[in-house]
Design a protein around this ligand. Structure first.
Ligand code: C5P
Length: 217
């Protein structure tokens, strides 16, 4: 079996950065599963559909998307990397992601990312639903304020406008929806290593996870 490392956690916990670092260090591929939900949200918005529209299931099933080595994401050959990361897209993605039939439509596509020599998969249900047999499972957490602060800096760095107070509120709402939905709620797998990164630098988080992974692969 192809070795898979799962990294789950709420938005802004640092899982994307850590997933990229670990994948590069191991020479593994990467699955940013949130991007698939965001792409579904974007394609639905482009089609003028509300988050509950039945057509969204088909959109999720037939997404024509591509990820390149530099981290760019393409939807129907258009580079949508920027639009994908906005808070609006994230909020719509989280509404769409609460629908079981949409999750089902994206399940196999996510599993298809597991190819030799290995995969680092980040998301909300990588360890609990998509790759329950993964040998290394991580749940990365951090307080809502710390996550909003990181997100704020990231947005400003990338040239977006942002309000810190609005971000804390948006993050709280999105977490609430992700943690309380009936299907694949955000929670650590029973056999996951749980790390709270609130008071840790990204290098410290990486060092902790690296030690854990060494023993498991
Ligand atoms: O991780 P990211 O913020 O890009 O994800 C956007 C939204 O997609 C999340 O708020 C969550 O609702 C949903 N998602 C999910 N399951 C995943 C990844 C993302 O439900 N595995």
């Amino acid at each position: 079996m192809v070795p898979v490392i799962t990294i789950d956690g709420p938005s802004g916990s640092g899982k994307g950065t850590i997933a990229r670092r670990l994948a590069a260090r191991l020479g593994f591929g990467m699955l940013d599963s949130g991007a698939l939900y965001r792409l579904t949200a974007l394609a639905s918005q482009n089609a003028g559909l509300a988050p509950q529209a039945p057509e969204i299931v088909d959109i999720a099933r037939h997404l024509a998307c591509r990820f390149d080595e530099e981290g760019n994401v393409f939807l129907n050959d258009e580079n949508v990397s920027r639009e994908l990361r906005t808070e609006t897209t994230g909020a719509i993605a989280s509404q769409i992601a609460a629908r079981p039939e949409v999750r089902e439509a994206l399940l196999q596509r996510q599993r298809d990312f597991a190819r030799a020599p290995g995969l680092v998969a980040d998301g909300r249900d990588m360890g609990t639903v998509v790759f329950p047999e993964a040998p290394a499972k991580i749940f990365l957490d951090a307080s809502a304020e710390v996550r909003a602060d990181r997100r704020y800096k990231q947005l400003i760095e990338n040239g977006f406008d942002a309000s810190f107070t609005a971000l804390v509120e948006e993050i709280r709402q999105r977490d609430e929806r992700d943690r309380n939905r009936s299907v694949a709620p955000l929670r650590p797998a029973e056999d996951a290593l749980v790390v709270d990164s609130s008071d840790l630098s990204i290098d410290e988080v990486e060092a902790t996870l690296w030690r854990y992974i060494q023993d498991r692969l």
